[in-house]
Design a protein around this ligand. Structure first.
Ligand code: HEC
Ligand code: HEC
Ligand code: HEC
Ligand code: HEC
Length: 465
C-alpha cells in the first residue's frame, strides 16, 4: 500500500487509503455486462509517451486504447481532467494541438480544461474548435470564456438508467452549498454526481462531505504520478486523483448494488491486497474504483503511433531545436568538442569512442527523436549554450555525451595544453542517470562507472600522450 496524500487521509474518519494497480491487461469482470464505466485520465503535462531511456516505464497515449477498448462505447464515458501541457512555450503549443487530436482519435467524450489549458488554448476560436471534437467543461472563471461548467450523460442499464454528471468547480469561487445546488434530480435515472476541483485541500473536501450530499465523487488535482483514492463518509464519497504524466488510467465502474458482491469489501480488500476501492452513491449504486497502469506490454494503437511521428515531424519542420535560446558560458569559456581532446588524450578518446555515450545521438536518430529538444538535451554537449550542439552538420564534435558533458567546457584547457586545469568533473552521473531516465542506475553506480573507466586514480596525467 502506498501512502496517501495528507489531503485525503488526515481528516477522513475511519476511511482507509489504498492505491490501486493492476499489472495485467484489465479483464472484464462479470458485472461489466450491466455497468457503466467512466475512464478518467489527466495531467498529462505534455507527456505523450515515455522517453524510452530505460525499461519498464509507464504511460503512452498510444497504449490507452487497449484499456478503453475493454468496454463497449455505449457503456463507457472517457474523460480527461485536464492540464494537457506544462506551460505556454512553442513546444507546449504544438503538444497541446497533438494531444487534442489524440483525444479525438481515442474517442474522448469530455475534457475538463484547467486554467492553464484555457490560457494555452488562448482564444475563443481555439476553444470552439476543441469543443467541436468533444464536450469541454471548465470552472467558471472569466466572463470571456464561454465554456459550460457541467456535463451530463445518460446510460441505459438492464433495470433502469444511470445519469452521470460531472461539474468543474473552483472552490475559491463556488461554495459547498453552491456545489450541492449544481446537481438537480435526473428524471427516470439514478444520478451519479462528480466534481472536478481545480484546487483542493482537506478543508474543501470536508465541506463537500458535510454540505453537498448529492456529490458522489470528488476528483482532486494530483500530487503525485500515481493515482490515489479513498472512500470517505462511511464509504459513501470517493475522493481521488487521476495521477500525472499519463502513467495510469483510472476507472470507475458504476453498477446496481449486487446482492452478493463479486468483489471483496474494502476492509477485506486491503488484507488481500486487492486492487479496488468500493463506494456507494447517494442513489444506492455501487462504484468500484481502480487504476490501470499503462504498461509496456499493452499493444500500441497505430493511429496514435502515427500521430507521435507527426509530432516529431512538426518539431523538425518548425526547426525548434536550432531556434532555442542559447546562453554564453561564464568566464568566456567555450565548448571545444570531443575530437579536440583526442590530440592529447588519444587513449582516453579511444576508450570513450567504445562506450555507449559516444553513440547517444545515433540512438535518438534511431528512434526518430533527434529534433526534439526535450530529448537532445541529455544526448549531446551543451545544447543550451552558444558554443554547444546545434546540428550534426554544423557541430559534429558536439553530438553524443562527450567529454565536456562531464568535465565542463574545456576550450581554455585545450588551448593551454592542460596548463589551465579542469579540476574534477562538473556534472555527476545522476544529472542524466536520474530514476526517470535510468531505472537501473541507483544501486549499480559502480557497475556503471566500470563501463566508462578512463582514469587512473593516482596520476591523472598518465593518460595524456
Ligand atoms: C594540447 C593538449 C591537450 C588538449 C587538447 C586537452 N588536454 Fe586535457 N590535459 C592535458 C595535459 C597536459 C593534462 C595534464 C595536466 C596535469 O595533470 O597537470 C591534461 C589533463 C586533463 C584532465 C585531468 C586533469 C585536470 O586538468 O583536471 C582532464 C579531465 C582533461 N585533461 C580533459 C580534457 C578535455 C575534456 C579535453 C578536450 C576538450 C582536453 N583535456 C584537451 C592536455 C590537453
Ligand atoms: C549528459 C548526460 C549524461 C551524463 C552526465 C552521464 N551519462 Fe551515462 N548515459 C547518458 C546517455 C544519454 C546514455 C545512453 C547512450 C545510448 O545508449 O545511446 C548513457 C549511457 C551510459 C552507460 C551505458 C549503459 C549500459 O547499460 O551499458 C553507462 C555505463 C553510463 N552511461 C555511465 C555513466 C556514468 C558512470 C556517468 C557519470 C560518471 C554518466 N554515465 C554520466 C547520458 C549521461
Ligand atoms: C535527463 C536526461 C535525459 C533525457 C532528457 C533523455 N534521455 Fe534518453 N537516456 C538518458 C540516459 C541516462 C540513458 C541511459 C540509461 C541507462 O542505460 O541506464 C538514456 C538512454 C536512452 C535510450 C537508449 C535506451 C536503450 O537501452 O537502448 C533511448 C532510445 C533514449 N534515451 C531516448 C530518449 C528520448 C526519445 C528522449 C526524449 C523523449 C530522451 N531519451 C531524453 C538520459 C536522458
Ligand atoms: C560520463 C562522464 C565522463 C565522460 C563522458 C568523460 N569523462 Fe573523463 N572522467 C570522468 C570521471 C568521473 C573521471 C574521474 C575523475 C575523478 O574522479 O576525479 C574522469 C577522469 C578523466 C581524466 C583524468 C584521468 C586520470 O588518469 O585520472 C581525463 C584526462 C579525462 N577524464 C578525460 C576525458 C576525455 C578526453 C573525455 C572524452 C574523450 C572524457 N574524459 C569523457 C567522467 C567522464
Amino acid at each position: 500500500m502506498i501512502r496517501l496524500a495528507a489531503c485525503f487521509c488526515a481528516l477522513s474518519l475511519g476511511a482507509s487509503c489504498l492505491i490501486v494497480s493492476r499489472a495485467d491487461v484489465p479483464s472484464a469482470p462479470a458485472r461489466e455486462t450491466d455497468s457503466v464505466t467512466v475512464f478518467l485520465s489527466g495531467h498529462e503535462l505534455g507527456a505523450m509517451k515515455p522517453c524510452g531511456c530505460s525499461g519498464k516505464q509507464l504511460g503512452g497515449l498510444d497504449r490507452r486504447d487497449a484499456i478503453f477498448r475493454t468496454v463497449p462505447k455505449e457503456k463507457r464515458l472517457i474523460v480527461d481532467t485536464g492540464s494537457l501541457v506544462d506551460g505556454g512555450e512553442e513546444q507546449d503549443l504544438i503538444k497541446f494541438d497533438i494531444i487534442v487530436q489524440a483525444f479525438n482519435l481515442l474517442g474522448y467524450d469530455l475534457v475538463h480544461l484547467t486554467d492553464t489549458d484555457v490560457e494555452v488554448a488562448g482564444n475563443k476560436v481555439l476553444l470552439d474548435s476543441i469543443g467541436s471534437l468533444f464536450d469541454v467543461i471548465a470552472a467558471p472563471r472569466s466572463a470571456d470564456v464561454n465554456v459550460p461548467a457541467k456535463y451530463t450523460r445518460q446510460f441505459a442499464l438492464k433495470d433502469g438508467a444511470v445519469a452521470v454528471t460531472i461539474a468543474a468547480v473552483d472552490p475559491q469561487v463556488t461554495s459547498a452549498e453552491q456545489i450541492q445546488e449544481l446537481f438537480g434530480s435526473q428524471p427516470g435515472a439514478e444520478a451519479v454526481n462528480m466534481v472536478i476541483l481545480s484546487r483542493s485541500d482537506s478543508a474543501t473536501v470536508d465541506s463537500i462531505v458535510a454540505q453537498a450530499p448529492a456529490v458522489d465523487c470528488v476528483i482532486c488535482p494530483p500530487e503525485s504520478d500515481e493515482p490515489r483514492a479513498v472512500a470517505r463518509r462511511q464509504n459513501r464519497l470517493l475522493v481521488f486523483s487521476p495521477g500525472r504524466l499519463g502513467k495510469y488510467v483510472t476507472r470507475l465502474q458504476i453498477y446496481p448494488e449486487l446482492k452478493k458482491p463479486t468483489v471483496p469489501r474494502r476492509a477485506e480488500a486491503q488484507e488481500a491486497g486487492t486492487k479496488e476501492i468500493l463506494s456507494t452513491t447517494h442513489s444506492g449504486l455501487q462504484i468500484a474504483f481502480s487504476a490501470v497502469p499503462i504498461t509496456e506490454d499493452l499493444p500500441q494503437e497505430s493511429s496514435q503511433v502515427q500521430l507521435y511521428q507527426t509530432y516529431q515531424l512538426l518539431l523538425k519542420e518548425t526547426n525548434i531545436l536550432q531556434r532555442l535560446p542559447r546562453f554564453t558560458l561564464p568566464d568566456d569559456l567555450e565548448y571545444a568538442g570531443s575530437l579536440a581532446c583526442a590530440i592529447c588524450h588519444d587513449e582516453v578518446y579511444q576508450k570513450w569512442r567504445s562506450t555507449r555515450h559516444a553513440n547517444a545521438y545515433a540512438t535518438l536518430e534511431r528512434v526518430g527523436s533527434q529534433y526534439d529538444p526535450e530529448c537532445v538535451i541529455c544526448h549531446v554537449i551543451g545544447l543550451e549554450y552558444k558554443s554547444g550542439f546545434v546540428s550534426p552538420e554544423l557541430t559534429p564534435d558536439m553530438k553524443d555525451v562527450g567529454c565536456e558533458n562531464c568535465h565542463g567546457p574545456a576550450s581554455e584547457h585545450a588551448a593551454t595544453a592542460g596548463a589551465v586545469e579542469l579540476g574534477r568533473p562538473r556534472s555527476t552521473c545522476v544529472d542524466c542517470h536520474s530514476p526517470e531516465h535510468s531505472t537501473d542506475f541507483a544501486g549499480n553506480e559502480a557497475r556503471y562507472r566500470q563501463k566508462i573507466v578512463h582514469w587512473t586514480e593516482q596520476n591523472s596525467s598518465s593518460n595524456v600522450k
